[in-house]
Design a protein. Structure first.
Length: 395
């Protein structure tokens, strides 16, 4: 059963003051506050956020039968609001309000929580925007009164660049990139692609993969008719999306085996993690030994570490992992999380990243660069309380 928070007067007063401190930081950098609706069309999130969020979203129907949801996060609602109001880009928008996600693995943690954050939309200089949002996230958390935290950083563009640099069949590149941020599934996918062995259940997919695209689609359409599948199916998936997914699986099942050297390099790269500078040095060496040049994303990551160092976050407080991708499907590049500790242990207090394809998928006329971050209000508050209690016990 979902757990929901109880806010008494003292807690509300403290959370409101904390949010006001963070919003002042954002306003000082030119971010205008907006308030998107709590109720959102469900399909937008079910199609764009990924399986992790899809399973945890509260879905309901209005009296007309339309499928809605309680917003599970605020990035998509803010982007939809910006597009609906014909906001001119570049735009800097801030927000504060509740979001709703079932905490399946942490049932004691509330499924309603406060997010305070920003979205930086349409800034062409990606490196500058990355630094701006990362810096503001750190400064906002500090403005709340919390200084005991570390930063985890990664970049999906690094992995995408690696895949593009290797001799990998085109139909697999997109699949590997798309599922990179799902460690368990990605490991299974890599094993499947490298073995070249199709399970018995996939024999039909192998057959379809060896047919022409038109023949394969016609066969799947016939199967959907036989099963009585309508245009819209459970979970917000349309019939066309299901057929496209099966065609993708068919192409994979019929393709040649992935080169073992490429698999070994991917696995080696994804094991690189640790203290920021040291891990990045290790990654440069792995790629140099493999004669793979990814200077641009590596240099960009170095610049982000420089920005964090300028904020006083040095060795031991910045972690880099080559396999870090967060849990939102729409992320396309730089990602980061801020971590602290509350009374129960280590806890993520903020996170964000770059999502350069999301706005166009929501209706923008062209690809629009974007990056944002969200800070979890109650988690910051709990981490502050723990820090304060530690200080009191020492005095």
């Amino acid at each position: 059963m979902a757990a929901f928070p109880q806010y008494d007067t003292a807690l509300l007063t403290s959370l409101d003051a904390q949010a006001a401190d963070m919003l002042r930081v954002f306003a000082g950098a030119g971010y205008a506050r907006v308030e998107p609706p709590v109720l959102q069309p469900a399909d937008v999130f079910l199609d764009r956020s990924g399986e992790e969020i899809r399973r945890r979203t509260f879905v309901l129907n209005d009296p007309t039968g339309a499928e809605l949801c309680l917003r599970p996060e605020l990035t998509i609602p803010v982007c939809r609001m910006a597009l609906a109001s014909n906001t001119r880009f570049p735009a800097r928008l801030a927000y504060h309000g509740p979001a709703f996600r079932l905490q399946a693995t942490e049932p004691d943690r509330p499924s309603q929580f406060l997010q305070t954050g920003i979205e930086c939309l349409g800034v062409a200089n990606r490196e500058a925007a990355d630094k701006e949002v990362l810096t503001l996230a750190v400064e906002a958390v500090r403005a709340s009164g919390l200084n005991d935290f570390s930063v985890q950083i990664g970049d999906l563009a690094l992995f995408a660049g690696l895949v593009d640099a290797l001799d990998i069949p085109p139909q697999w590149r997109g699949r590997l990139k798309r599922h990179f941020w799902r460690p368990g599934y990605f490991k299974q996918l890599l094993e499947r692609l490298s073995s070249g062995a199709a399970p018995a259940a996939q024999k039909y997919l192998v057959h379809l993969g060896n047919a022409t695209p038109a023949e394969a689609r016609a066969a799947l359409d016939g199967m959907m008719d036989y099963l009585g599948a309508s245009e819209t199916t459970l979970g917000g998936r349309t019939r066309e999306e299901i057929v496209d997914r099966l065609l993708e699986q068919a192409a994979e099942a019929a393709a040649v085996r992935l080169d073992k050297k490429a698999v070994a390099l991917i696995e080696r790269v994804l094991t690189v993690s640790g203290d920021g500078r040291d891990a990045l040095t290790s990654l440069r060496k792995v790629l140099r030994d493999a004669r793979v040049k990814l200077d641009a994303p590596l240099d960009a990551m170095e610049a982000r570490m420089d920005a964090l160092a300028e904020l006083g976050l040095g060795k031991g407080r910045i972690a880099f992992a080559a396999n870090f991708g967060r849990n939102m499907e729409y992320y396309t590049g730089f990602v980061f999380e801020l971590w602290s500790r509350d009374a129960e242990g280590k806890v993520q207090i903020a996170g964000g990243g770059r999502y350069d394809t999301l706005l166009q998928s929501l209706g923008a006329k062209q690809a629009t660069p974007a990056i944002g971050c969200a800070i979890r209000g109650e988690r910051v508050h709990a981490a502050r309380n723990r820090t304060n209690r530690k200080a009191e016990s020492r005095s």
